[in-house]
Design a protein around this ligand. Structure first.
Ligand SMILES: C[S@@+](CC[C@H](N)C(=O)[O-])C[C@H]1O[C@@H](n2cnc3c(N)ncnc32)[C@H](O)[C@@H]1O
Length: 429
């Protein structure tokens, strides 16, 4: 099996030209120390089939054998190592120009439109760790939006925290560390990110708990403790108190009905100002359910499994448990979605049971759920979708198939690094 394709997404906090030029130099340097075929000059190569946002490409292909971890571009937080398919899920969730029935047809370099250009969004990522999609959601949502990430795994949520600190909290301006003395600017122009370590299948149904990170609180803490890397005892206690208070406020907002329509819709479906509303949190405009899956589409996971005899094999019994978890996750995400909002369900599996069948199950159970067909063929100067983008067995759903025989050079260069399924689902008003 060949090296899977690899991609980076540029961190918008840095000047793009500088980042691309640094990356190009680093690719050339690594290449000169290995037996490359001299073909590396073309990298980093923009991924054209994913339409640019704000006139700028989001993703660039890099050589499959480039050691990203060792590069300054990566270590300094200028680039995220992230597959294009993950980007496709985030863009489909935030931007309606990927919807098949939208009339918006951007011209070359035009800005993509978001259904809700000016208003801040409340976004939920129900299986968020390690957090690359969550970071992208927070980067591309309108200013002052809030992004809430939930994950059941403590280890993975810790990883997620570190990634958010690296890319969001420590770096707010071009090429420099965050100016913690200017907290207003920092918190008003970027999305706030909160992380909960808890079970996504029942998030919001009972007393809210598990808030482990808030990006604004983290910035304030940086301000208080300066550049010290390790927190002392009192800083940890202060952080704990602050998070508990923020968690309490998240619930109070819904219970008091402070946020007028449509925020007075709550996850418990109860009206504001009723005494039993303390268990409720405000619903979300957008929800991502990037569910736990068998990872059979991910080339690097396949390679790992081939190399290890310990990797779990899927049988009827654990597969049906997995599908059951996926159904509970998608149902929970749909319950937390506002009417008129949209949800993306995705996996890095190409197995119909974990994909189309889970979505079919939701559509059968909820009359107000419907598919919003998505397409990636409206990108610049390209009339048809790349051949590795296929429609799933359920109309309007999308599969990225990296095992396709790409039929032209450009497609070949920008084949996804993983098999991936995504479906966009709306909730009727
Ligand atoms: C495919 S990964 C998510 C990747 C992530 N969206 C990203 O882009 O970095 C699936 C995640 O689901 C989490 N998970 C599994 N069961 C869960 C549950 N019941 N509630 C919340 N998260 C869960 C796993 O810990 C894992 O981190």
């Amino acid at each position: 099996m060949t090296e899977p394709k690899r991609y980076v997404r540029l961190n918008p906090r840095f000047e793009r030209g500088e980042t691309l030029s640094l990356l190009k130099t680093e690719i050339a340097q690594q290449q000169s120390t290995t037996d490359g075929n001299g073909d590396q000059n073309k990298y980093p190569l923009p991924v054209k089939w994913l339409r640019p946002t704000n006139g700028q490409f989001e993703f660039y292909a890099i050589p499959g054998d480039f050691s990203l971890n060792r590069s300054t571009s990566f270590q300094s937080g200028r680039v995220y190592g992230m597959d294009v398919t993950s980007g496709a899920a985030v863009l489909a969730l935030l931007f309606d120009t990927y919807d098949c029935n939208t009339s918006v047809k951007p011209a070359d370099g035009d800005e993509s439109t978001r259904d809700d250009e000016v208003h801040q969004l409340r976004v939920l990522d129900l299986c968020c760790a390690p957090g690359l999609k969550l970071c992208m959601l927070a980067d591309l949502a309108p200013p002052s939006s809030s992004a809430v990430g939930v994950d059941i795994s403590q280890n993975r949520i810790q990883l997620c925290k570190n990634i958010i600190k690296k890319y969001h909290v420590n770096q707010m301006t071009s090429g420099s560390k965050v100016d913690v003395s200017n907290d207003n600017q920092a918190s008003s122009s970027h999305s706030t990110i909160r992380l909960y370590c808890t079970d996504g299948t029942n998030f919001g149904t009972k007393q809210l708990s598990g808030l482990v990170f808030d990006s604004n609180a983290e910035k304030q803490e940086l301000q208080t403790q300066g550049k010290r890397k390790r927190q002392n005892k009192s800083a940890r206690a202060r952080e704990k108190r602050r998070l508990l208070e923020l968690q309490r406020q998240e619930v109070t907002v819904a219970a008091d009905g402070v946020n007028v329509e449509p925020e007075n819709e709550t996850s418990c479906g109860t009206e504001p100002n009723q005494s039993n509303t303390t268990c409720c949190i405000p619903l979300f405009d957008r929800v991502l359910v990037d569910a736990e899956c068998s990872t059979d589409g991910a080339i690097k996971h396949i390679q790992k499994r081939e190399a290890s005899s310990k990797a779990p094999l899927w049988n009827d019994s654990n597969m049906s448990e997995l599908v059951d978890l996926q159904k509970r996750l998608i149902e929970s995400g749909f319950r937390l979605l506002k009417s008129g909002g949209s949800l993306v369900y995705s996996t890095c599996s190409l197995n119909e049971k974990q994909n189309e069948n889970v979505v079919r199950w939701l559509l059968d159970k909820y009359d107000d759920a419907f598919i919003i067909p998505v397409s990636f063929n409206k990108q610049n100067n390209v009339e048809k979708s790349p051949s590795f983008v296929e429609e799933g067995s359920l109309a309007g759903t999308i599969r990225f198939n990296p095992f396709t025989n790409a039929n032209d050079g450009i497609e070949e260069e920008c084949l996804p690094g993983t098999g991936f399924f995504l479906s966009k689902i709306g909730k009727r008003l």
